[in-house]
Design a protein around this ligand. Sequence first.
Ligand code: HEM
Length: 528
Amino acid sequence: MLPFLDHFLDSLNMSRTSFRVYIFAAVILMFCLIMCRTIFKMATYIYAYIINARRLRCFPEPPRRSWLLGHLGMFMPTEEGLTEISSAICNLRRTLLTWLGPIPEVSLVHPDTVKPVVAASAAIAPKDELFYGFLRPWLGDGLLLSRGEKWGQHRRLLTPAFHFDILKNYVKIFNQSTDIMLAKWRRLTAEGPVSLDMFEHVSLMTLDTLLKCTFSYDSDCQEKPSDYISAIYELSSLVVKREHYLPHHFDFIYNLSSNGRKFRQACKTVHEFTAGVVQQRKKALQEKGMEEWIKSKQGKTKDFIDILLLSKNEDGSQLSDEDMRAEVDTFMFEGHDTTASGLSWILYNLACHPEYQEKCRKEITELLEGKDTKHLEWDELSKLPFTTMCIKESLRLHPPVVAVIRRCTEDIKLPKGDILPKGNCCIINIFGIHHNPDVWPNPQVYDPYRFDPENLQERSSYAFVPFSAGPRNCIGQNFAMAEMKIVLALILYNFQVRLDETKTVRRKPELILRAENGLWLQVEELKR
Ligand code: HEM
């Protein structure tokens, strides 16, 4: 049947039976090798899990089944666990690491390791990994998900939109949106203190702010429901549900599911809204002409879409409609939940520590007392040093984004000499870094004095990375810090927040760090 094979075996002086035995042995050997590799890899994970769980105690709350998947990421081999394992294997380190292939999701928890990874991560694509992929149908090729040359070009184009001269103009909006929330709180607490879910109230307020800063759109969403806002909420929750349910990781199955259909519908609502505003604005610009249009904006706050319309690349080209839509959707996604999470946890930490809350209030009162309008100006934001320390310490203890993913673009040397091979994916475990006892003594303790300028010197700049770090850090961090300072100042000036003893607060890492069943605090108006 196979004259060629017979000829070949004759030339080797080998019978067909012996040939079959050899082939069989080779297959068994290959199978054993693959099994060894898999077993070894699994043992590595289990060992690292035990080491990390013991050493780092990332999340004090035991994981619940529903979010075990997301939670496991926190315990994937940290570079320390990995070092210990590979040290045990001793000289074969490099060879073994290479042989094992890319070790998925090594979780980086030390500033020295994070530094080379984020520094090299400008043009790479961390973004096509599992989780980022789920966001793509919604956010398109916006700044968060784009890569390479396109990312570089857009980042250069968008950076001026976050210049202090532009951010200054948003201060009025931050004050106004907070006033709306506080008016609501006044109504709710008219009869006495009540317990409110901070996430619910604060995230509506941050969305309201973003809609005004991005589109100049007053949706009144803090008072009445809005389709666009509901769609954004739905998209955020559907992405998390998809991540936690393994069969839905496959596009084919997800698209057929009811959640997949809801996701498509919500994407449609959001995209139509954004594209509509972009179109309208472009039309107005074309009708008026550039000069007249710029004149009409003088003395008014330029929103984010205005700035995008005026931006040009080095070659004079502008963003296409599609790119503009993607950038706006990305800002709405990146900018509201993160800031809401940051603010909710700050209020929680200050409720846990009334002495710090009182100290912030004193600082804020000194600034606002004697002013006609109890609003903060841009220049006053630097006059709240203790409040800023409290905000930073809360971002350390409860970072809104718990982790980001990067792929190494080069071999990365770990502190103890081991190598993370190029191409390996790693989790920059922001939560882990912020809770690493080697960097932060007593990491679970809320102590704003860690951020006293006197204590900053000896700490690595990669020890505190709530906004990530390196060229691909958060473009909106100054926006977020300004907003958080203003909102916090106005809340503390007008209200007292206390823990609600009837509700337990448990951290719940999703897209952002949430609280299981909401974050309920007792709110009481201060009589001045
Ligand atoms: C407390 C609030 C915020 C936190 C903690 C935060 C955190 C982060 C982090 C950790 C990243 C890196 C994500 C990654 O690489 O996967 C990021 C990226 C980004 N953030 Fe923020 N963010 C906040 C507020 C904002 C705001 C207010 C905006 C816009 C208005 C914004 C816009 C963005 C964008 C566009 C990116 C992608 C940047 C790029 O890849 O070049 N963020 N943010």
